[in-house]
Write a protein that binds this ligand. Structure first.
Ligand SMILES: NC(=O)c1ccc[n+]([C@@H]2O[C@H](COP(=O)([O-])OP(=O)(O)OC[C@H]3O[C@@H](n4cnc5c(N)ncnc54)[C@H](OP(=O)(O)O)[C@@H]3O)[C@@H](O)[C@H]2O)c1
Length: 273
């Protein structure tokens, strides 16, 4: 077994030069092997799907006490600057970044790559009731594809140019597999589910993630937005132990969790990018 995937094995993330990063992004996106070693341990597992053609990654940044935001909903920034850079690197490696409407309303994120070099991913918001205004930053017309996932007849009024994906809800929930399949039909092969915790939790519960990056910052927020929430277990020993790679990112600790052994088969992207 590769020692890097043993539970509890610590790897230190050595920050390589920006040239090495640009070379890594280029080779990664073209599917060229070998990948430059400086980044391969951290991002190599995102290159190809283990279960099908798609790679679906969840991410969450949280405090030591398991919070993703304060009680007022403020979350900028729980993680250290290098942790934010890590998030931008993830964005640069995927075809689309997906957020729930709760995050879009609370943070009005741009979802662009700004801290590092790399291409801009498409941006998608899951907004069944059409609560997000047309002036949301993620809808900004900057040449990148923007997608709205909603229901037929919702109140959504996105600006021109936003692609609208219509799905059917069941008990207030779009099946995450239907979201991934719809994005795959739109040509998205690598998908980053960036938050919030509610959205990421739905993808975990539906077994639709290949990997989950949890970046833990050495702070405690007390009360506030809860982290991942899944159906309850009766006993602690029923919890599934997962393979993880652990990286130190400055002050933060990144748990790169391999969920591929429980991921359901979803499909193939219309065209791989
Ligand atoms: N620390 C971090 O890494 C991080 C990252 C992102 C956000 N945040 C923080 O987290 C908070 C927002 O997160 P949140 O967990 O409350 O909300 P969220 O996950 O951003 O959005 C949840 C909402 O999105 C819609 N949605 C998501 N998945 C859906 C599905 N499968 N089917 C149908 N609807 C779906 C629903 O909208 P409706 O309610 O309209 O049905 C749901 O209530 C903010 O405070 C933000 O600052 C932290």
């Amino acid at each position: 077994m590769n020692p890097a995937v043993q539970l509890g094995n610590f790897l230190t993330c050595e920050f390589a030069s920006s040239d090495e990063w640009e070379s890594f992004v280029d080779r990664f996106r073209k599917g060229q092997q070998p990948l430059p070693q400086a980044w391969a341990d951290l991002f190599g597992p995102l290159c190809g799907g283990m279960v099908d053609d798609l790679v679906v990654i969840g991410q969450i940044g949280q405090s030591l006490d398991g919070r993703v935001a304060t009680a007022t909903g403020h979350s900028k920034y729980i993680n250290c600057p290098a942790g934010i850079e890590h998030l931008h690197r993830l964005r640069a490696l995927v075809d689309v970044v997906v957020v729930g409407v709760g995050t879009a309303l609370a943070d009005d994120p741009q979802l662009t790559v700004r801290q590092v070099a790399g291409p801009q991913p498409a941006r998608a918001v899951i907004d069944p009731k059409g609560r997000l205004g047309a002036d949301a930053k993620l809808f900004a017309d900057d040449g990148v594809r923007r997608l709205l996932i909603t229901v037929e007849g919702s109140a959504a009024a996105p600006p021109p140019g936003v692609e609208v994906i219509i799905l059917t809800e069941e008990d207030g929930n779009f099946a995450p597999s239907a979201i991934v399949a719809a994005l795959a039909r739109a040509g998205m092969r690598r998908i980053l589910v960036e938050g919030g915790a509610d959205t990421v939790s739905r993808f975990i519960a539906a077994r639709c993630l290949d990997r989950l990056h949890v970046t833990v910052a050495p702070v405690m927020l007390g009360a506030g937005g809860p982290g991942i929430a899944l159906p309850p277990l009766d006993r602690a020993d029923e919890a599934r132990r997962m393979q993880v790679r652990v990286h130190k990112i400055e002050d933060d600790v990144l748990f790169d969790c391999d969920l591929s052994d429980q991921r359901i088969v979803i499909g193939t992207a219309k065209k791989s990018t």
